[in-house]
Design a protein around this ligand. Structure first.
Ligand code: TRP
Length: 333
């Protein structure tokens, strides 16, 4: 049997270059080899956007357009809207019994996010337990492979723990997933070494127009001590080079630029102009496809409806097995 891939994104804004490097690239590359499910995680988005349901709703379509634009092929991969699969919520309830509150509180990604969002003691129960609902997402589809950025590794670990505990207590129903992390390290934001994030003001979005990309690149952080073109510059930790590594298909040319930058004589402006060209070559076709799909929202809605129905059938099957394992299947006695 073909192995199954599942991965997803919270629809809280458009997707950016970090998402591409972190996971979209792997999904597009593997969609013909694996049974691939891509989840638009609108329920998870509500865990930190409970007060903005309209924003989440709007971004379901935006994320779908981003998927289609980067080449997720709806005839190969199944795009599923999470809220259309209520079975995931039921699975979450069962899994919550297999996880301690203390364990949830130790999840490093959740802790980071709480700090970033200033949740402190006010964190909602829903947000604290979202890793458990993510375990439901992954296991409902019996996914063996989850392509994600490295910030999501704690979620996969948590899922593995739940799967082991479930299978040990109730029988071998669930599949243990492995994470597939990208070949490039996490992509830094335009403002320096921290990671690119959609709410951090340091992202280049897949849907950004040419002039916006150029403007963001020209404002990028480089080596703060490289104040004149003649001076030697530092390549390590310089986000312009991280982007060239990730998006310039000509690795030899990038090596040559690194050599010249280190030696002195290559200015930041020239380097950035080169990155603008490289990004334009990458983003141009994505932008064009996005505009094409955006012209026909009814067709996109149909793709989501059909994908969600197919995904739901799989989740129902798993939920049935889970309920039987939990002795919840037969109420006639
Ligand atoms: N947590 C992921 C994010 O923050 C989104 C997500 C939801 C996900 N369900 C998933 C990722 C299942 C991988 C597998 O973007």
């Amino acid at each position: 049997m073909r192995k199954t891939i599942l991965t997803g994104d919270r629809p809280t804004g458009p997707l950016h270059l970090g998402h591409y490097v972190g996971s979209l690239e792997n999904r597009v590359g593997l969609q013909h080899e694996y049974a691939t499910y891509v989840l638009i995680a609108d329920l998870q988005a509500l865990t930190d956007h409970a007060e903005q349901p309209e924003l989440v709703r709007r971004n379901v379509l935006e994320v779908a357009l981003d998927y289609l634009a980067v080449g997720i092929d709806p005839t190969a991969a199944t795009i599923v809207v999470q809220s259309g699969v209520p079975e995931l919520a039921e699975l979450t309830v069962y899994y919550l019994n297999l996880v301690t509150v203390a364990r949830l509180g130790r999840n490093p990604t959740v802790k980071d996010e709480m700090r970033q969002k200033g949740f402190d003691a006010d964190v909602s129960a829903g947000f604290l337990v979202y890793p458990v609902s993510q375990a439901a997402d992954i296991t409902a589809f019996k996914a063996g492979v989850v392509p994600v950025g490295e910030d999501q590794l704690p979620m996969i670990e948590q899922t593995v723990e739940i799967v082991r505990r479930f299978n040990r207590l109730y029988g071998p129903v669930l599949v243990e997933p492995t994470a597939l992390v990208p070949k490039h390290a996490r992509l830094p934001g335009t403002d320096g070494p921290s990671k690119m994030g959609k709410s951090l003001g340091n992202a280049i979005f897949l849907s950004d127009p040419t002039d916006v990309v150029a403007q963001k690149v020209m404002g990028m952080y480089t080596d703060p001590r490289h104040i004149r073109a003649e001076l030697p510059g530092t390549v390590e930790g310089n986000p312009v080079f991280s982007y060239l590594d990730a998006f310039d298909p000509d690795a030899a040319a990038v090596d040559d630029l690194k050599r010249r930058y280190r030696a002195g004589g290559l200015g930041d402006v020239a380097l950035k102009r080169r990155l603008i060209e490289v990004l334009e070559r990458f983003l141009g076709p994505i932008r064009a496809r996005r505009i094409e799909f955006a012209r026909d929202p009814a067709a996109v809605a149909r793709i989501l409806r059909e994908g969600t129905a197919r995904g739901r059938a799989v989740a129902q099957q798993t939920l049935g097995e889970v309920r039987r394992a939990l002795r919840l299947d037969d109420r006639s006695d």
